[in-house]
Design a protein around this ligand. Structure first.
Ligand code: AMP
Length: 220
């Protein structure tokens, strides 16, 4: 049992999916969301939506996303807390996907009284990440993600869900990918020790096929 944002003990479960870009966190988050009635909070998705919708936040964060840099911690923490507040009581907790990425973000969450029950650490080879990134596509309309090698759409370059055209993410270019991987290695990986010390971190082999990773998470 964790505490909700009002600090009350509640039957909610919060978990974090930790791992490098394209390690499958988003795909598994969607599965956990449906199976356990938890709400996915993907900071990457929240930021991309803000940029696309040209909101004030979008204007502030655009340059970081374009260059593959981390958005400042205060902006990131605020958008996460705001998105948690907007969720109705129907959710039994939150799946943080791509958040936290820095120690101050993790500490900020803790300071706000958000307790974490479980951190799933997605372990995957850099070479496999690079291969996956090069074949990742996203629907230009509904933003559903595909991998043209491992989970292709039924019709080439057409979204199964809304028939929108598939494109590559603007930050999936070799130079930006290199920057995002460096940030993961130098900054985000420190969270592994942080959460391992709290004895809530579980390692999974994220290089396995989607279904097998799903089963590993289910077992945890
Ligand atoms: P993602 O979709 O998780 O790969 O995130 C895309 C981009 O959004 C990252 O390259 C960062 O610019 C930004 N971003 C996402 N999550 C965070 C975070 N927790 N802290 C800082 N920047 C983030």
């Amino acid at each position: 049992m964790a505490r909700n944002l009002r600090g009350e003990k509640d039957s909610i479960v919060n978990l974090i999916l930790l791992g490098p870009p394209c390690s499958g966190k988003g795909t598994q988050a969607k599965f956990i969301e449906t199976a356990y009635n938890l709400k996915q909070v993907s900071t990457g998705e929240l930021f991309r939506n803000a940029v696309n919708e040209k909101t004030e936040l979008g204007d502030k964060v655009k340059k970081y996303l374009t260059n593959g840099n981390l958005v400042p911690d205060d902006l990131t923490l605020n958008i996460v807390l705001e998105s948690m507040r907007q969720v109705k009581n129907s959710s039994k907790g939150f799946i943080f996907d791509g958040f936290p990425r820095t120690l101050p973000q993790a500490q900020g969450l803790q300071d706000k009284g958000v307790e974490i029950e479980l951190v799933v650490n997605f372990i995957i080879d850099v070479s496999q990440v690079l291969e996956r990134l090069s074949s990742r596509r996203i629907c230009s309309v509904c933003k559903k993600e595909y991998n043209i090698k491992f989970s292709p759409p039924k019709i080439v370059d057409v979204c199964d869900k809304c028939q929108g055209k598939l494109t590559t993410r603007k930050d999936d270019t070799p130079i930006i990918i290199k920057k995002r991987m460096e940030d993961y290695t130098l900054v985000t990986q420190k969270l592994i020790t942080y959460y391992r010390n709290q004895k809530i971190l579980y390692d999974i082999d994220a290089g396995l096929p989607i279904e097998e990773v799903r089963l590993e998470i289910k077992n945890i």
